[in-house]
Design a protein around this ligand. Structure first.
Ligand SMILES: [Zn+2]
Length: 229
């Protein structure tokens, strides 16, 4: 995995996405001033349901956990507090995606489903996909019961340790899904900032429960990038 992350105002950005002038994105923080209202979202249900954002009508509430689009200027977004926001961009096929990956979605393969969908819909090749795994609850703080740990046993033994506690590494599980789908390791960036440890910066549902707000992470193709091609 590679790629630095940096703060830009109230947002966190991934260098690997920011390096592409045709892509705009941001991972929300506690102070997130993301332009809600201009963003397309879904009602998140911890599923593997991938929604083509262009099919959502104004005011319509659609359930799902990933949004994809190839429409320039249409920003797709997910809301999180411990779950992982994952942003994908394919600068070749001109497609972006925003994914909400909590433990249920991760175990069920939301990332794999999203990549399959953008291949089907837009002919995206995994080798061209850039992926940024934003701030979420890291393995240091994600202690789970045996029923949750069991969901991850098939991914990789490294995903949880059984010394005294069972800790699930959701970021690693999602990175595995990206790599297994054919996304090159060098195209995968991981913020590595734990929301539960850094409540000065991020909301954490585990730490704050009902007081936790939600961070909005979004991505869009800039409207001017497809002209002249
Ligand atoms: Zn932590």
């Amino acid at each position: 995995m590679s790629g630095e992350f940096f703060f830009a105002g109230s947002e966190l950005r991934a260098g690997l996405l920011a390096a592409h002038p045709g892509i705009a994105h941001g991972f929300g923080t506690r102070d997130g001033a993301s332009p809600e209202g201009t963003l397309t979202t879904v009602k998140q249900i911890h599923s593997t349901r991938v929604v083509d954002a262009a099919t959502i009508l104004r005011q319509e509430v659609i359930e799902g956990d990933a949004l994809v689009t190839n429409r320039p200027g249409l920003a797709v977004a997910v809301k999180t507090a411990d779950c992982f926001p994952i942003l994908l961009a394919d600068p070749v096929a001109h497609v972006v995606a925003a994914i909400h990956a909590g433990w249920r979605g991760t175990a069920a393969g939301i990332v794999t489903s999203t990549i399959e969908r953008i291949r089907e819909l837009y002919g995206s090749e995994p080798r061209d996909i850039l992926a940024a795994i934003g701030p979420g609850i890291e393995a240091c703080c994600f202690e789970v019961g045996p029923e949750v740990a069991r969901e991850f046993a098939h991914w990789d033994r490294r995903l949880y340790c059984t010394t005294t506690k069972e800790m699930v590494d959701l970021a690693a599980a999602n990175a595995h899904q990206l790599a297994d789908s054919g996304v090159p390791r060098n195209n995968i960036a991981h913020a590595g900032l734990c929301t539960a440890d850094r409540t000065d910066l991020f909301f954490s549902f585990r730490k704050e429960r009902d007081r936790a707000g939600r961070m909005v992470s979004w991505i869009a193709l800039r409207p001017d990038t497809t002209t002249g091609q």
